[in-house]
Design a protein around this ligand. Structure first.
Ligand code: FAD
Ligand code: MLT
Ligand code: ZN
Length: 477
């Protein structure tokens, strides 16, 4: 890195910091980073920065701050809310963490792992397993999503019911602030009450307050026993009762408890090759439950059979299958994980990532489905997801034969319709995907007043020039 960058243009100075492999400007190189996974947004950037170290991130950010150049941090670019996509305005850069993918340390005794922000989630899971441990975060995009992005969105996923969100899996953070300063907070402590817990500010901030460059993650004992069951249930209420039954039988064993509708399963069978219902008859409601234990001989299969038998007698389940092998377990999980892709293949769809208190999930699904069908006749509600967390993806797929653009033009009406019911039930308009660019206009109504004012004050204090991920999270920000 040359000592004197002052004589150079901002772009040349960034190139001098990063070297030729670290800065791309060709349109074909930039293209994949300019659009989001859902195809909702395409933006502009004058360069893609690919730093390889925290020092390089810091130097780039300091330089951008000096010139007022906006920075859009990007991990795996799997955001559901356009959070990692630049706006359409000149003079900004995308900063990809992909080259910062090292595992700095694993401590299987302390049960911690210190990794860089660009490490892909599946790799983090593998490294933990290589050390006889578990890193439990798990979601459909895990082959692309990176630790920095997962923390910046406080990702949830399939195992929140047992292990919490990404926030609960983090002990310490290294962060580059909007002026280029570095917070060296990679502490591996379970207890550390030393002033404001700044690390938590950056979790869920979606890149608006700084750039996460590394994190200390919590590890857990690897599972020694796993039982997976797919159950056909007669109603949403029965799905909730089954959740309560499993938790009452052994609260600590429930690793995942996912709800799927007959409509969603039908879309999976129709669009995803090699999938089929492993039960005798199709029904309107399904549950996928995973039980795990970190000790052998925990008797989870017997526990599952006992719970399912009792539920069958009470009419709370109609049929169930317990996976007999790892391959069968994977094929049951595939039916769940292919839901987003199956909806995409079926037609235009609007996502509503909402949460309500767990006890209100059945009412929320029923009321939203009815209201959505009434609003757009022929449209197909596809509620699915993390019932155990009260987080259902109350998605809506277009009516057959309708022009996709005509359906998508109703997106905001659809979200408003769901949100009104969710609000009535004491829920949230974004359970795990964040606010990004898609939902900033909901913030005033849901978080307005003192809460939004405090968020704006934090943003102004840390990022007075507003260079970090503009247009995301805060309305007008
Ligand atoms: P990106 O999409 O690149 O970025 C997300 C946000 O974080 C952006 O605002 C970006 O600017 C910011 N950011 C990225 N890296 C950094 C960094 N190092 N420092 C500061 N800011 C940063 N999400 C769930 O919570 N649960 C699910 O079950 C789930 N399932 C999904 C299934 C599929 C098929 C897909 C495509 C997505 C799913 N998601 C889910 C959404 C998405 O995977 C998560 O939001 C994930 O956390 C994003 O990680 P990423 O690395 O792709 O981040
Ligand atoms: C999932 O859990 O699969 C995603 O978060 C939901 C979605 O695609 O809407
Ligand atoms: Zn989800």
């Amino acid at each position: 890195m040359p000592d004197d960058l002052h004589a150079l243009s901002p772009l040349d100075a960034l190139r001098a910091i990063l070297g030729p492999a670290g800065l791309l400007t060709a349109p074909e190189d930039l293209a994949p980073y300019l659009s989001d996974w859902r195809g909702l947004y395409t933006g502009e950037a004058m360069a893609l920065l690919r730093p390889a170290s925290t020092e390089e991130v810091s130097a780039c950010v300091a330089l951008c701050a000096k010139h007022g150049i906006a920075i859009i941090p990007q991990g795996g670019n799997t955001s559901m809310v356009g959070g990692a996509t630049p706006e359409s305005r000149p003079g900004q850069v995308i900063l990809s963490l992909a080259r910062m993918n090292r595992v700095r340390e694993v401590d299987a005794l302390d049960m911690t792992m210190t990794v860089e922000a660009g490490l892909v989630l599946t790799r983090a899971q593998e490294v933990a397993a290589e050390h006889g441990c578990l890193f439990p975060l798990s979601l459909g995009a895990e082959g692309s999503a990176m630790i920095g992005g997962l923390l910046s969105t406080n990702a949830g996923g399939n195992t929140t019911v047992r292990y919490g969100n990404a926030r609960e899996l983090m002990l310490g953070l290294e962060v580059v602030l909007p002026d280029g300063g570095i917070i060296h907070g990679l502490r591996r402590l379970r207890k550390d009450n030393t002033g404001y817990a700044l690390r938590h500010l950056f979790v869920g901030a979606e890149g608006t307050l700084g750039i996460i460059t590394a994190a200390v993650l919590r590890l857990f004992p690897a599972p020694r026993e796993t039982v997976t069951a797919l159950c056909a249930v007669p109603s949403e209420d029965a799905a909730l009762s089954l959740f309560r039954r499993f938790r009452a039988a052994d609260e600590g064993a429930v690793r995942a408890f996912e709800y799927m509708s007959g409509t969603g399963m039908g879309m999976v069978f129709a669009t995803i090759e090699g999938t089929a219902l492993p039960l005798s008859n199709p029904v309107n409601h399904y549950v996928l439950v995973d039980l795990t234990a970190s000790r052998e001989g925990a008797g989870l299969r017997t526990l599952a059979e006992t719970v399912l038998e009792a539920a069958l007698i009470e009419g709370e389940i109609e049929d169930a299958i317990l996976a007999e092998s790892e391959a069968q377990r994977a094929s049951l999980w595939r039916l769940r994980e292919e839901h987003p892709e199956a909806q995409k293949r079926t037609g235009a769809n609007v996502k509503n990532d909402v949460s309500v208190p767990v006890s209100h999930v059945p009412e929320m699904i029923r009321r939203c489905s009815e209201a959505l069908r009434e609003m757009i006749p022929g449209s197909r509600p596809v509620p699915f997801g993390h019932l155990g967390d009260g987080n259902i993806h109350m998605n809506l797929v277009q009516p057959e034969g309708m022009e996709p653009s005509a359906f998508l033009a109703r997106s905001h009406d659809i979200m408003d319709c769901v949100n009104a019911i969710v609000r009535d039930l004491g829920g949230s308009f974004s359970a795990e995907h964040g606010v990004g660019r898609l939902k900033t206009d909901m913030m005033e109504e849901w978080r307005g007043g003192a809460e939004l004012a405090a968020m704006r004050a934090i943003k102004a204090a840390l990022d007075p020039r507003g260079i970090m991920n503009p247009g995301k999270v805060l309305p007008g920000g």
